[in-house]
Design a protein around this ligand. Structure first.
Ligand code: TYD
Length: 424
């Protein structure tokens, strides 16, 4: 895919992150503390994006000196609290990752103080996608946006290959004055017509369509992660922690499981796991897992990946290889073949294999829910399953990460997080 530009600059507030809550609350805090009336939300929204100094003067009738003092009071609350009352817009983290991976220069150019931008970028983990962050010094009243833009670019950058994305007219006007492309992010804090009026070359109402435009093709595809492991290895706990972690990082996450994950596949799950299905042939079992999988991929996994989401799946094809190909001794060729309709549509980029020895696994299961049809299998079955996982891990060292699940929840999660972070 050929990128449309070489340099991609983003404003922060209202473009990368929805920072309104923290800004509004901190402006209100400063005004209350100074004994001034607090305007309503629509006015407080005007403070988001432009230099604060100008806004205090324009919307609260302050003098230069009063505005300066108000900013000091504002920061009392903003730096430690307000800063984190924010969220990345859905899809932004994937867009920055995609631009970075495609080799573009990606940077932030914002009138926010430099140290705050750096803190926020690290907080959301987007710092690893950024080549530069250009913010203001604390002492400066109003930063010149053109100046910020130039600081966010490498020296000698060809401005005709550069694009500024922003949600306010300041961003658009500065980019146009420098001869760059200006893209309006209309999902932020712009007023109706503001961005087109300021001369934006294109205006987008959502991150996904904007991403497709900026990337010069399709919006970024999501990521597919699967977790594997024996019974009692703590997969569900780790999956819940991982979801939480990725949401905080601003990614959109879909949690799902196999067998199951959608209505038809959940019904197949009941048939497979029920003790009433005792005596089911091994081939039938393998085909049912494959049937449940293809439906699940079509209905849940593929659509989520198309929307740029991160799919976390509790078990996927590796389970069929370990349990049916090895455990039931049906052979890998057969199992891979019947799963092809599913796996050709989607396959995990990363698989976390939580490993627990059989004794510990049995001990943990003894305290749990009633056993299902697979869990009542004989020991030699489970030892073959284990061999299956060993073989898979050995053959796919790039995709499958083995994690010792006998440790504490925190220690295991540290390993899970590390592996996922490397992929991100
Ligand atoms: P589940 O209760 O979800 O087990 P766990 O909590 O251990 O994931 O039941 C899924 C069972 O199905 C589990 O014993 C593994 C087995 N299985 C297969 O044999 N083949 C497969 O392809 C999948 C997805 C699961």
């Amino acid at each position: 895919m050929a990128l449309r530009y070489d340099y991609y600059l983003f404003d922060f507030d209202g473009t990368v992150a929805e920072t309104g809550e923290g800004i509004r609350r901190s402006v209100a805090y400063s005004l209350e503390k100074l004994g001034r009336p607090v305007p309503d939300k629509s006015v407080l929204d005007r403070f988001i994006g432009p230099p604060l100094h100008d806004s205090y003067m324009e919307y609260c009738g302050m003098t230069e000196a009063e505005a300066e003092h108000a900013i000091e009071v504002y920061r009392e609350r903003y730096v430690d609290i307000g800063l984190y009352e924010s969220e990345l817009y859905p899809g932004i983290a994937m867009l920055l990752r995609a631009l970075h991976r495609a080799g573009a220069h990606v940077a932030i150019a914002s009138a926010k103080p430099q140290f705050m931008l750096e803190r926020l970028a690290a907080h959301y983990g987007i710092d690893k996608y950024l080549d530069a962050i250009a913010g203001t010094g604390l002492g400066r009243h109003s930063a010149d946006k053109q100046d910020l833009i130039l600081r966010a670019l490498p020296e000698g950058a060809d401005l005709s290959r550069a694009c500024m994305v922003g949600d306010r007219r300041y961003d658009i006007e500065a980019a146009k004055a420098l001869g760059m492309t200006a893209v309006g992010a209309d999902y932020g804090y712009s007023l109706p017509g503001e961005l087109a009026g300021a001369g934006a070359d294109a205006v987008f109402g959502d991150v996904r369509t904007m991403s497709a435009y900026l990337l010069g093709g399709e919006a970024p595809r999501g990521l597919f992660l699967s977790l594997e492991g024996s019974d009692g290895c703590g997969k569900s706990t780790q999956i819940a922690l991982l979801k939480e972690y990725l949401l905080k990082r601003g990614f959109e996450v879909v949690l799902t499981r196999e067998p199951g994950g959608c209505p038809i596949s959940e019904r197949i799950r009941e048939v497979i796991l029920s003790l009433d299905s005792k005596g089911m042939s091994d081939e039938c079992e393998a085909l049912l897992y494959a049937a449940s999988r293809v439906e699940h991929v079509r209905e849940v996994i593929e659509p989520a990946l198309k929307c740029g989401k991160i799919v976390i799946c509790d078990r996927f094809l590796d389970s069929s290889i370990a349990y049916q190909a090895y455990g039931r001794e049906l052979g890998e060729g057969f199992v891979r073949q019947i799963n092809e309709p599913a796996t050709k549509r989607a396959f995990p980029e990363l698989t976390l294999l939580l490993e627990l020895n059989r004794e510990e696994s049995r001990r943990r299961m003894a305290n749990g829910a009633p056993l299902d049809r697979l869990e009542i299998e004989q020991e030699d079955f489970f030892s073959r399953v284990r061999q299956g996982y060993d073989a898979l891990a050995a053959a796919n060292p790039g995709r499958i990460v083995r994690i010792d699940a006998s440790r504490t929840i925190e220690q295991v999660f540290e390993a899970v997080r590390g592996a996922v972070e490397r992929l991100l």
